[in-house]
Design a protein around this ligand. Structure first.
Ligand code: AHG
Ligand code: MN
Ligand code: MN
Ligand code: MN
Length: 338
């Protein structure tokens, strides 16, 4: 490679965050430090996932979490890595994790101003097969005078200051967005040990004929969901049916949907009337990414996902998210039933 083809202006996540911080005169650097800790957690989790088969990290831990999932060894390790990163950055007061029944309150940092929710390993049932999994996070700024309790984080997604996820696929892909901002994608360069900005200002295509849903649940679906999915598979005369793609890791299905367009759904149904995916660390952070990329995200009542308020930290919701025109079709079908 000629030296003129070497990019010497590489934008690392660290550089990106420093430049963002410089744009905000009032910024204290706390958020930037929190993100530095976050990215270390992603690098460490990525490392152990890639080593798992070699160092006996496949399989079950022998425990289950509050939402009833059997924990894999890597669920536990990912959770511990994430907690350690959030504790050590000294900027987080309240932490919610899928793998922890209660909120973790960092009393050693009484003046920390952030609350974080995370799904340390999303799609963990896929781990032993080497299929892509991810980590999802949402970040809230604590209200003035917050006491550091679970009430500080049982908020609608509209209150998040940032959210995103990292997908551990062929490479590790980090996607992050800030309130009212654009969506930016970074790829982990293992040689540099840095996340490099590879997907600036991500925009989801307005439409695409791909749907992503666990069709094995169709027996339990409500009528509007059945009608909607059938309309994709059996289009009117002359129409082309949609392609189905379902990995079973929300992060991986969401990342593909973000890049290619289409729709991802995990509806509430007769078996799970509240849905499966959890609001604070699965639905809301993804909804913010999709909205900021020009897409839409709604719950099973066709409410804007970002406005749904969890009553409890592990509350669930149905979700439909993706390209604007694809989600609009879901809304249109549901409206006929109202
Ligand atoms: P997690 O592995 O964090 O518990 O999340 C599992 C979720 C999500 O990743 C995925 O979209 C969904 O469960 C898959 O569920 P089904 O196996 O019911 O399709
Ligand atoms: Mn789980
Ligand atoms: Mn998950
Ligand atoms: Mn998980």
């Amino acid at each position: 490679v000629g030296h003129d083809q070497i990019n010497t202006e590489i934008v690392t996540l660290t550089r990106f965050l420093t430049e963002e911080q410089a744009k905000h005169k009032e910024a204290t650097g706390d958020f930037t430090l929190l993100c530095h800790a976050l990215q270390f957690a992603f690098k460490a989790i990525s490392h152990y996932i890639r080593r798992a088969t070699l160092v006996n990290l496949t399989g079950l831990a022998g425990t289950s979490n509050t939402t009833g999932d059997d924990q894999k060894k890597l669920d536990v390790i990912g959770n511990d890595l994430f907690i350690a990163a959030m504790r050590s950055c000294a900027r987080v007061r309240v932490l919610v994790s899928e793998e922890e029944e209660e909120c973790i309150i960092f009393d050693e940092w009484p003046h920390a101003r952030y609350a974080v929710a995370c799904d340390p390993i999303d799609g963990s049932s896929n781990l032993d097969a080497g299929v892509s999994v991810g980590t999802i996070f949402s970040i809230f700024k604590l209200a003035e005078g917050a006491k550091g309790t679970k009430e500080d984080i049982c908020l609608p997604g509209t209150e998040m200051v940032a959210s995103g996820f990292t997908m551990y696929g062929a490479s590790a892909q980090l996607v992050i967005t800030m309130k009212g901002g654009s969506v930016n994608g970074f790829t982990l360069d293992n040689n540099f040990g840095e996340f490099i900005l590879t997907h600036p200002n991500m925009r989801i295509p307005k439409k695409r004929a791909i749907y992503s849903v666990n069709e094995g649940n169709s027996l339990y679906w409500e009528e509007p969901v059945k009608e909607y999915v059938n309309s994709l598979k059996y289009p009117d005369e002359g129409g082309k049916p949609y392609s189905a793609r379902y990995i079973g890791s929300m992060v991986a299905d969401a990342y593909r949907t973000l890049l290619y367009g289409g729709i991802f759904a995990y509806p509430a149904d007769k078996k799970s009337p509240k849905g499966k995916l959890r609001i604070l660390y699965e639905c809301a952070p993804m909804a913010m990414v999709f909205e900021n990329a020009g897409g839409l995200a709604v719950d099973s009542h066709m409410r804007r996902m970002l406005e749904v308020v969890p009553q409890h930290i592990h509350d669930r919701s149905g979700i439909f998210m993706g390209s604007e025109q694809e989600v609009q079709k879901v809304i249109d079908v549901h409206q006929k039933y109202q």
